[in-house]
Ligand binder design. Sequence first.
Ligand code: SF4
Length: 352
Amino acid sequence: MSDDRPVLLEATGLKKYFPIQRGFFRRTVGYVRAVDGVDLVIHEGETLGLVGESGSGKTTVGRLILRATDVTEGTIRFHRDGQVLDLTRVPRSQLREYRRETSVIFQDPFSSLDPRMTVLDIVGEPLRIHGIASGDELRRRVRELLQLVGLRVQHMNRYPYAFSGGQRQRIGIARALALRPRLIVADEPVSALDVSIQAQVLNLLRSLQQQFNLAYLFISHDLAVVSHVSQRVAVMYLGSIVETAPVDALYSTPRHPYTEALLSAIPKSDPDETRSRIILPGDIPNPADPPTGCRFHPRCRYARDICRAERPVLREIAPRHQVACHLADELRLTGVAAPAGAQNAHGIEQTG
Ligand code: SF4
């Protein structure tokens, strides 16, 4: 897929700092820089995969895009009906409109559904809250949504405990679709599921995307999963995007050492493949006190003096391929034969 589809959402210079408060008077003594200058674009009907280790800031980016938390700095522009909404400045009434066009699928289908509500209540809740449907019309719409996600309409009056993990995630997807959104933030939507069930849920997400021209921000730590649903991938490290590219280019020719290390952890599908896993030393650093220069330098096996002194900027190194690394022009990094490599692991049909 090329980038000639219309832009749906653009985030520029996005920052989210959480204050660290101490003492009796709760004085602010510092900030956790969870997101520290992220730029990203999502086009209509595309999936942008957002990957990184736990603590990289990817979930906070999702929350900022949903406007579930306030932005410290930066802008988020949403395109609708030929107009551009600046979500960091719009009044609350317009934010409510925006909330109808965006939705979320959570990681854990066990805790994200209220156990005291029936499927009818859970899936119908957004329609009721926004005053779109009630009574028989609500039941009709919920029936339609359950059919869309492959659930039996007879189960509408059951409670979440009566369903398997995969079925619960389908309930969560039906709820996310209720308001016919244009953008869905899917935060680790299959991480809690068995591999065989993951494949079914991912195929469902892809087919719904084709049916409704949905855009996804697909957040995951699992690069094998991401390769199956994404057209482009952005790699996050310690609050910033360090590489972004179309999925084929990112997997076969990574240009950032962090991406190379993440890819090396994907299980080999071909026994003759010779690549070996790159073990990164240490943990992801404290976002309240990030390293100087390139934030990845304490864990980077290619680091040089310049890496410790200067922070690299995200720059275009090939068409639609951006990287933030001082040595990107000279390093020859090892990729993987993805996305096909992960296809066997998850049994997911590739449609390109
Ligand atoms: Fe490694 Fe230096 Fe590139 Fe950072 S800038 S990723 S430390 S080579």
